[in-house]
Design a protein around this ligand. Structure first.
Ligand code: GCV
Length: 669
């Protein structure tokens, strides 16, 4: 009784009061699952032309009538939008054009400004005569997803592709998962994933970790890959797999040697070659447009051609020959250290291992290299392998998942960092781009709502690496938080400033003036500048990278030290080698300096650190302030979730500052 009367009173008095008072300012509930595709169905556009996904999308969401036309003379994936007509070579080009149209319309989130049809302002819908084509043919996500459902460096839950089951065992208090190939795939979720990727032009996906299990190539998993390929194909997305170089030693290949594995993985062995050919045939029989293989070989314990005294070229070419008849490619990673050149400065090892092999790779082999020579640090100079390889095709590997940039707990927008990279490595040098995905089963896909911006930015830059990070952020903010209301526009400008400043802030509060890899062991999240462990390779220890002692700090990579500077093209070789011309953002990366050294600011090294760490912290304080002020304009759930993470980021930034200044200060009494 009591509950009923409370309810009646609430409906009679409280609800109308609430509606009257708050509705004009309220924003609908959102959990972020829709990403930047928060279009509301309009269902009023007449769409003519071939019946395809583009037509369905436009019919549902477009505010204007659209004609779709095919033109066989157009380049693959390019589209033209002119006067309500989208033209492309095929249905995938039409789909890209449709998403561009919706993107323009979506920035205002309604049709109000377009009711009369025709051209709209620069935020709105169709502008006459848009022509666009992708800069790269290969725009590929790399998922570091394991077959047991976990994700290496994944911060947004378990894998969307692979499911495991609890083994009943635990490791350090965490349950141990094992593979469970019998579990069905989540077709609906994968379709949403496909749609999101197609909307930003991504056209390939590597479905498993580069630390690959040989089981990936077993029949049961190939069957699953086929199911994924069938869902992704209509969205223009090819599937690729990471392969374990020693797979022939443990997995049968259809039609090969009665299902028996081979005793070796030596790339020059005839049986091994035949095994890979049989495996390629088995895959292509069920996935005719399979993209090819990604390989991590002789790196961090993975098997590879060195195990048989063969070269990377021997290994890559053997695989290339196996997939060549089907149009497949091999993406061979240059992220190697500790094998053939163990003991050498780690940042030099890729060039040492690959430079002499340049020109020796098949034409369907692409060398895939991380943007920096070390490992996705908040700031690194560009990787000089891009200067040293001239005759072999190259791809850049960017890391969307923020392994070293606060993971999915810090708001760090990565496009400014990627843009910095393209300032050194001309986009024309590359044939494609790979991005290590930050996607998982979390409702909002990426863990942090703002981490979605990094997935989005990766796709947009893969389509056009000359896009400005600011324009991408602007686009994403408009689509993700909406710019319909006048008041919200000012807020979005503030958020844009947060995004644009966030990477530099992260560098400041984690590792300014060229410090690098001073993260806690293995987890790579918090600070551990004093990290040293005699049982792991020295280049996994933070102390290896800063080499601080009572007199000096920094890694001498000039001609007086490891001479890593010599791997750079001019003018960078000379510029970086000379302490007077080396940009101070790379100071301790390239130079070893006494504690008394003064930077251009006049501050000593420790004073400069103090200044930068403090600046990083106050930047995050400002981000918190801006987000708090944005509260009335952001839906509650997303606001709360971001707010909690920003508070956490601030705590972390203060911790970084304290730990690092205490530690480095202890040398410089
Ligand atoms: C997939 C770093 C990461 C590893 C990753 C490796 C790589 O070392 O910490 O998790 O392994 O890079 O890119 O292969």
């Amino acid at each position: 009784m009591r509950i009923k009367s409370l309810y009646q009173n609430w409906v009679k008095w409280v609800l109308p009061f609430y509606l009257f008072t708050f509705l004009p300012f309220s924003v609908s509930a959102e959990d972020g699952h829709q990403l930047w595709l928060r279009y509301q169905p309009v269902n009023k556009a007449k769409v003519t032309g071939p019946e395809c996904i583009a037509a369905q999308e436009l019919r549902t969401y477009s505010c204007q009538d659209v004609v779709l036309t095919l033109d066989a003379a157009m380049e693959q994936d390019a589209y033209r939008i002119s006067d309500g007509v989208i033209t492309a070579k095929d249905e995938i080009g039409l789909l890209y054009g449709a998403y561009e149209l919706l993107r323009r319309q979506g920035r205002s989130l309604d049709c109000a400004r377009d009711d009369k049809g025709g051209a709209r302002d620069d935020k709105g819908g169709a502008r006459d005569d848009i022509f666009s084509k992708p800069f790269y043919k290969l725009r590929i996500l790399n998922h570091w997803d394991n077959l047991n459902g976990t994700i290496e460096r994944g911060y947004a839950g378990l894998s969307i592709f692979w499911k495991g089951k609890d083994s009943g065992k635990s490791f350090h208090g965490h349950p141990v998962f094992v593979e469970d190939p019998d579990q069905p795939i989540n077709a609906e979720l994968i379709k949403e994933y496909a749609r999101a990727n197609a909307s930003i032009g991504i056209n390939g996906t590597v479905l498993n970790n580069v630390n690959a299990s040989p089981k990936m190539l077993s029949a049961v998993y190939i069957n699953k890959v086929k199911q994924y390929a069938d869902i992704l194909r209509p969205y223009g997305i090819k599937v690729y797999l990471s392969v374990n170089f020693a797979s022939p030693m443990s997995i049968p290949a259809k039609g090969f040697n009665g299902g028996k594995p081979v005793k070796t993985a030596d790339p020059l062995n005839a049986q091994v070659k035949a095994w890979w050919k049989a495996k390629a045939k088995e895959i292509y029989a069920v996935i005719p447009d399979f993209g090819g293989f990604l390989v991590k070989a002789n790196s961090e314990g993975q098997p590879g051609p060195f195990d048989y005294k063969r070269t990377h070229a021997d290994g890559a070419n053997m695989l290339a020959d196996a997939v060549k008849p089907y149009g497949g490619i091999i993406m061979w990673r240059s992220f190697v250290y500790g094998a053939a050149h163990a003991g050498e400065d780690r940042v030099k090892q890729a060039v040492s291992e690959f430079a002499s092999l340049d020109g020796k790779f098949r034409d369907n082999v692409i060398l895939q290299s991380k943007n920096g020579p070390l490992d996705f640090q908040p700031r690194e100079p560009y990787a000089p392998i891009f200067d040293n390889i001239k005759q072999t095709k190259q791809m850049a590997e960017l890391q969307i998942t923020q392994e070293y940039l606060g993971q999915s707990r810090h708001l760090v927008y990565l496009a400014p960092m990627w843009q910095e990279f393209f300032g050194f490595v001309a986009p024309e040098k590359l044939v494609g781009i790979a991005g290590v995905a930050n996607i998982g089963l979390d409702t909002n896909w990426c863990g942090h709502h703002f981490s979605q911006a990094n997935w989005y930015a990766f796709g947009r830059l893969a389509w056009d690496p000359r896009m400005r990070s600011e324009d991408i952020a602007n686009e994403w903010l408009g689509l993700t938080f909406g710019d319909k209301e006048a008041g919200r526009q000012g807020v979005l400008e503030q958020l844009l400033s947060v995004m644009q400043r966030s990477r530099e802030a992260c560098v400041d509060y984690m590792m300014p003036i060229g410090l690098h890899h001073i993260f806690a062991f293995d987890e790579h999240y918090g600070p551990e500048p004093d990290g040293y462990n005699a049982h792991v390779p020295y280049e996994w220890c933070p102390v290896y990278y800063h080499q601080a002692n009572k007199d000096s700090i920094g890694f001498d990579r000039t001609h007086t030290g490891s001479n890593a500077t010599a791997q750079y093209r001019e003018p960078y070789c000379t510029l970086y080698d000379n302490i007077n011309t080396c940009p101070e953002r790379y100071l301790l990366w390239f130079h070893r300096v006494p504690w008394s050294y003064r930077l251009k600011s006049g501050r000593t090294v420790l004073e400069e650190m103090d200044y930068r760490y403090t600046r990083g912290v106050s930047e995050v304080e400002d981000f918190v302030r801006i987000w708090n002020e944005a509260k009335p304009y952001i839906d509650q759930q997303r606001w709360n979730e971001v707010q909690a993470r920003l508070e956490h980021q601030l705590e972390n930034a203060k911790e970084w500052k304290k730990v690092c200044l205490d530690y480095f200060g202890s040398f410089n009494k």
